[in-house]
Design a protein around this ligand. Structure first.
Ligand code: SAM
Length: 298
């Protein structure tokens, strides 16, 4: 655990697969609270770290944490998809890390609206400059669009029924808070707590979060573009927390490792995704659904 109560997921595995011993630039695309980044610059005095985060509050925390290494760190309050546009020497990049999704800091801040069990506004924006909130989606999107989001991004069985009820009930009263909305989800999905069953609000909140933050947008395109720009032997590590994201990463890596009509760009380093041990999960519950995939530019 580090100073701010945040535990970086699959830490040793990330550092191993990134191969952090080398001199050069390491890019943390999702720096969060700086958990992984801190270990990279601490363990390798020849590493220069470039970090991205769309959440300004997280970025400020990361900046504080990385203060002892400030001369070897450059941070951007930006979507990592803009990495190809920044003015750096791409030939010096040695490793790229994406630890996708949200941090415990975001989940544990009720005012951000990410948690269905904590009273808060229906916000869910990682980047507060974003105009779309969960409130807008729930209170304004069409029934068809809502059903599509719940189905595609939440894999919710009752997607259509929930969308229909939301649209009918919001004519009488708008949905304003996380817990108020969670109660409707529980009612429509006839939720009865059962061991091993995922709470339907977890699926619905995941779906809304993906839509608010456009989390899947161009992830594959980003990986492909960056794989073309980085030098040989650079490692790309991606950790995902849900199957939709993992599928995109897997297929993109496979596509670049075996493109068919041209020579391969990547060698896949993880035949199967690396997952946390029982021990890690028991000390960090957020790690339970993490899947790490790694590849090397060839
Ligand atoms: C799981 S946390 C990263 C935790 C980090 N590895 C650590 O050890 O502290 C994911 C972070 O990625 C950020 N994020 C999500 N999508 C992003 C994007 N497209 N561009 C930049 N940052 C993003 C979130 O705001 C969040 O802070």
């Amino acid at each position: 655990m580090n100073g701010n109560g945040h535990i970086p997921v699959l830490l040793e595995e990330v550092l191993d697969y990134l191969d952090i011993e080398r001199e050069g630039i390491y890019v943390d695309c999702t720096i969060g609270l700086g958990g992984h980044a801190y270990e990279i610059v601490k363990r390798n005095p020849k590493a220069f770290l470039i970090g991205f985060d769309i959440d300004e509050k997280s970025l400020l925390r990361a900046k504080e944490k990385l203060q002892p290494f400030a001369d070897r760190v450059e941070l951007y309050h930006s979507d990592f998809r803009y990495l190809p546009d920044i003015k750096i020497d791409f030939s010096k990049i040695r490793g790229i890390l994406l630890d996708l999704g949200m941090s415990s800091f975001q989940l544990d801040s009720p005012e951000r609206g990410f948690s269905f069990s904590k009273e808060g506004p229906l916000d869910m924006r990682m980047d507060l400059r974003n105009k779309i909130t969960a409130h807008k989606i729930i209170n304004k999107y069409s029934e068809h669009k809502l059903a599509q989001i719940f189905h595609e991004y939440g894999e919710l069985r009752q997607a259509k029924r929930l969308a229909r009820e939301i649209v009918s009930r919001r004519k009488i009263q708008k949905f304003d808070t996380t817990t108020q909305f969670c109660r409707i989800v529980e009612e429509i999905c006839r939720w009865r707590p059962q061991k091993g069953k995922i709470h339907p609000a977890a699926k619905v909140f995941q779906a809304l979060r993906i839509e608010v933050n456009q989390e899947l947008m161009n992830l594959s395109g980003f990986l492909e573009r960056i794989a073309h720009m980085i030098p040989k032997k650079t490692h790309i590590i991606a950790i995902s927390f849900h199957s939709l994201e993992d599928r995109i990463i897997k297929h993109t890596f496979v596509g670049l490792a075996a493109p068919g009509d041209s020579p391969p760009f990547l060698k896949i380093l993880t035949k199967k995704p690396v997952i946390p041990t029982e021990e890690e999960i028991s000390s960090n519950f957020r790690a339970r659904s993490a899947k790490l995939r790694a590849a090397e530019k060839i």
